[in-house]
Design a protein around this ligand. Structure first.
Ligand code: HEC
Length: 119
C-alpha cells in the first residue's frame, strides 16, 4: 500500500512539474509588439518624406497631410501611391524621387493593420 502511494505521489509531482515548466510558458507567449500610432510613427514618416509639398506649415500647397484626420481618410490612396514605381503615373513622393524604402512603406501599411490609431 505504501509503495502504491509513493508511486502515485511521484507520478503526480512529475505531471505538476511538467505543467509548470517556466521556459515553456515564455516560449508560448512572445511579448506583444506595440501598435503603431499617428503621433509616434506616422507623423514623423510623413514629415520626413512628404515635405514640403503636403505640409502647409513648410509652404506646401498640395493636399495637406499634417493632421491625423486627413491621413486617416486618405490612407488607402497614400499606400497605393507610395507602392507605385517612380515611372508610374501618380507615384509619390513625386516625380524624380526614389521609391521609399520598404521599411518606411511598411510603417504606413502596419499603421492601417493596427487600426489607424491616433495615440
Ligand atoms: C515634391 C512634392 C511632393 C512630395 C514630396 C510628395 N507629394 Fe504627394 N502630391 C504632389 C502633387 C504635385 C500632387 C498632385 C498631383 C497628383 O495627384 O499626382 C500630389 C498628390 C498626392 C496624393 C493625392 C491627393 C489627392 O488630391 O487625392 C497623395 C495621396 C499623395 N500625394 C501622397 C503623398 C505622400 C504619402 C507623400 C510622402 C511619402 C507625398 N505625396 C510626397 C507632390 C508631392
Amino acid at each position: 500500500m505504501k509503495k502504491i502511494f509513493a508511486i502515485t505521489t511521484a507520478f503526480m509531482s512529475l505531471i505538476l512539474l511538467t505543467q509548470c515548466d517556466p521556459s515553456k510558458k515564455i516560449a508560448e507567449t512572445p511579448p506583444p509588439t506595440p501598435k503603431l500610432t499617428y503621433n509616434t510613427n506616422l507623423s514623423t514618416a510623413i514629415m520626413n518624406n512628404c515635405t514640403p509639398c503636403h505640409i502647409p506649415a513648410k509652404g506646401g500647397r498640395k493636399k495637406a497631410y499634417d493632421t491625423y484626420a486627413a491621413v486617416k481618410t486618405d490612407i488607402d490612396e497614400i499606400i497605393r501611391r507610395i507602392e507605385l514605381n517612380p515611372t508610374d503615373k501618380g507615384f509619390m513622393p513625386f516625380k524624380g524621387t526614389a521609391k521609399l524604402p520598404d521599411s518606411t512603406i511598411s510603417i504606413f501599411k502596419q499603421w492601417k493593420t493596427d487600426g489607424l490609431l491616433e495615440n
